[in-house]
Design a protein around this ligand. Structure first.
Ligand SMILES: [Zn+2]
Length: 240
């Protein structure tokens, strides 16, 4: 299994590693700073460099439970020592986007009692689906104001690992469907935006909410009974 450095520290941009497998989908390393696509967050892009070569990583995915770096050129052979480096600007924008999405989820639950049913993101933009019967004309604007007010309070964002039994006893985690996590996963990784939102999550996040900057609610859609969709955007995707 690849040591997944981004799970502990999302701010590490580069590391040394050794190629342990080369397969159709790409290159597997003994350790990596790359985040593999999952939980609505896209996989990282970046570069692998070794003594006499380098190649672009165009995506990072999970393949049969392993982190695989998809590359668009020559693959380093098994045993090669490489340096891996992510495209930090893109990743940092994704971290800001992902934290914004969790803050939004905390607000729609706290203020409107709505449960989140899905979500997805690209750098600087995200959508969230939630269960709410009706929304008024001002709903988007209202949420936008509440979201920006909370982000500006600079809530710390904590990454933790909880024993499975403990996670299953936490009302916040139950609400966000911790029970859907495969039984083999223990401990469970938890992202806690202090005082705002807590959920089991594998993604990468900023250290505190002010780093997200301002967020715009771009669109609110009524997709059916009890099914609403909201699209948000970072006001300045390139900042930070
Ligand atoms: Zn998440």
């Amino acid at each position: 299994m690849t040591e997944e450095l981004s799970a502990i520290d999302a701010y590490v941009t580069t590391c040394d590693a050794v190629v342990v497998d080369v397969r159709d989908a790409g290159v597997v390393l003994d350790r990596t700073v790359f985040y593999a696509r999952g939980g609505g967050q896209p996989g990282d892009t970046g570069t692998l460099r070794w003594r006499d070569g380098e190649v672009r990583v165009t995506d990072t995915v999970k393949d049969a439970g392993e982190i695989v770096h998809a590359v668009d050129g020559p693959r380093p052979a098994v045993g090669t020592a490489v340096t891996c480096e992510i495209d930090w600007d893109r990743r940092h924008t994704l971290m800001r986007t992902h934290t914004a999405l969790h803050a939004l989820s905390g607000i729609v639950f706290r203020n409107y009692g709505a449960k989140v049913t899905g979500g997805n993101m690209e750098p600087g933009a995200a959508r969230m689906d939630f269960e709410l019967e009706t929304i008024g004309a001002e709903f988007g604007k209202e949420v936008e104001d509440k979201l920006n007010a909370e982000l500006a309070k600079d809530h710390p964002v904590h990454v933790g690992f909880l024993p499975r039994a403990e996670a299953f006893a936490d009302p916040d985690l139950i609400r966000t469907k911790v029970n859907l996590i495969p039984e083999s996963v223990d401990p469970i990784r938890v992202i806690d935006i202090e005082g705002l939102d807590k959920q089991a999550d594998g993604g990468t996040h900023v250290r505190s909410t002010a780093e997200v900057g301002r967020v715009r609610v771009a669109k609110t859609e009524n997709k059916g009974k009890g099914f609403k969709r909201m699209r948000i955007e970072l006001a300045d995707p390139s900042a930070g």
